[in-house]
Design a protein around this ligand. Structure first.
Ligand SMILES: Cc1cc2nc3c(=O)[nH]c(=O)nc-3n(C[C@H](O)[C@H](O)[C@H](O)COP(=O)(O)O)c2cc1C
Length: 460
């Protein structure tokens, strides 16, 4: 088996997807406003040789539940939520290798300022930036930026394709690698003949500009994405170097991985691309007994209302209209297939209720949760990879930063003992660490195939 990849999954808010657990006496996630909290976390993750810290983000409030933001506000369900980009320079300054996957939606910002912000972060982190490309799923986000409703699903991906075309041109084509001379003697900072004006006139975006930032270590940040629909997978096959899946069962994840890889190969991508990370929450302690005691302790802090608030936002179903004792099968719709699958796979004979779904999702969200001793957990991780073909895990927390500390102190040494995990970081940028093939996107990637018309020679 090749090396298992690990990302930490977090968000610039309390409890992220561990509903109610901000009340746990050892949980520190309510300190999310302090830089110290984040720099401590970054150091912990680097000690565990994590590939990256992946920061989720939404630009709206979860107001599907009860058709109001009240439950989200009461429970701290991903609100208040601060901008994740602001955290990265500070975390980069106390680490040398840890990568940062920044979630940014392309639905509410023109690509031009966004491209410069990412170039800036890539400079300041010395090439450790990734971008989780999202289009958003909350109507509240659309409304807060002057739209009536969210753009329809497939159309969001069509817009995303055009957006990618613009940022690729800015990152990859606007500045030649040797454009910046810093020639003090001749008094020339940049050779103007090596900076190219980008003129884009696409279906959704147009621009006539030169990129404002000089080439950063990776130029294009490492591209992450998480679409599981047919259109989402098509987008991922074209653009993504890493994909997050939230599959709750091995069957669901294995199917997604197979079709994703097949589609990527068809698009001419290298064999090992995209890397796939499966959502997982690990609750561990030195012995099985202690691990389950910890799990039961955590469960005593769960907020069912908080969990249903998040689930309502993710699925579009207003769970406040059901009783906790209502059986789930009456509520089944397309959006919630995977959550249902997770429950039935774990216990096929049982009819699950809304309350049980809430308690299940309150720790682990739409992914799986493994509870056990380090050897039991690593057995399960190995088995999961074996059965699904994923490359690694996107590790959510129950109690922060305790869950990550447990993984670093107990799981990482066991993975290393079995030869399944790196003993040291590879040198260089995040892209080089993940793929070992240099800092820039490979020539086979869509971004590198974006050609400028020959008339757009130089910026002058
Ligand atoms: C692990 C994981 C993390 C995600 N994080 C975010 C996020 O931070 N912000 C966001 O708007 N969407 C996020 N999404 C949602 C995806 O971007 C996407 O909208 C969703 O997977 C549905 O895509 P599909 O309709 O193509 O299946 C995440 C999805 C997964 C599986």
């Amino acid at each position: 088996m090749t090396e298992i990849r690990l990302n930490a999954f977090d968000m610039n808010c309390v409890s992220h997807q561990a509903s109610g657990l901000w009340r746990h006496p050892r949980d520190r996630s309510a300190e999310y406003r302090s830089l110290r909290y984040w720099t401590d976390l970054a150091r912990t993750l680097e000690r565990g040789l994590f590939d990256a810290l992946f920061l989720a983000d939404v630009l709206g409030v979860y107001d599907v539940y009860g058709q109001s933001p009240d439950a989200a506000l009461r429970n701290g369900a991903q609100i208040p939520v601060n901008d994740p980009a602001m955290l990265l320079s500070a975390m980069a300054s106390v680490t040398e290798h840890l990568g940062f996957g920044l979630t940014a939606t392309l639905s509410y910002e023109h690509p031009f300022p966004f491209a410069r912000r990412m170039s800036t972060l890539d400079h300041l982190t010395e090439g450790r930036i990734g971008w989780n490309i999202v289009t958003g799923y909350l109507n509240s986000a659309a409304k807060s930026t002057g739209h009536q409703v969210q753009t329809k699903h497939d159309q969001r991906y069509a817009i995303a394709d055009d957006y990618m075309d613009v940022v690729y041109k800015l990152w990859e084509k606007s500045w030649d690698q040797d454009a910046v001379l810093r020639d003090k003697q001749r008094g020339i900072f940049t050779d103007p003949s090596k900076v190219h004006r980008i003129q884009h006139d696409g279906p959704f975006f147009s621009l006539d500009a030169i990129h404002l930032a000089e080439p950063s270590p990776q130029r294009t940040p490492v591209l992450f994405q998480a679409g599981a629909s047919a259109r989402g997978q098509q987008f991922a096959a074209t653009h993504a170097e890493c994909v997050f899946v939230a599959g709750p069962s091995q069957d669901t994840v294995a199917k997604t991985v197979r079709s994703l890889r097949a589609e990527a190969q068809q698009a001419g991508r290298p064999k090992n691309t995209p890397l796939v990370f499966s959502l997982l929450t690990i609750i561990t302690a030195p012995t099985e007994e202690e691990a389950f005691a910890k799990y039961h302790d955590y469960q005593s802090y769960i907020s069912e209302e908080g969990a249903l608030t998040l689930l309502s936002g993710w699925t579009g179903i207003d769970f406040s209209t059901y009783k906790l004792t209502d059986p789930i099968r009456h509520i089944r719709n397309d959006a919630i297939h995977s959550a249902i699958d997770s429950l039935t796979v774990m216990n096929p004979d049982k009819i699950w209720t809304v309350g049980e779904l809430a308690r299940h999702a309150a720790i682990g969200g739409m992914g799986v949760t493994f509870v056990g001793s380090p050897t039991q957990i690593v057995d399960q991780m190995e088995q999961w990879i074996d059965q699904t073909g994923v490359d690694g895990f996107n590790l959510a927390y129950a109690v922060a930063p305790e869950t990550f500390e447990d993984i670093v102190d107990l799981i990482v040494p066991e993975l290393q003992r079995r030869g399944l995990y790196k003993l040291a970081y590879q040198p260089g940028t995040l892209r080089n660490k993940l793929f070992g093939a240099g800092d820039h996107l490979p020539a086979t990637h869509a971004a590198r195939k974006t050609h400028l018309p020959s008339s757009l020679a130089s910026a002058q």
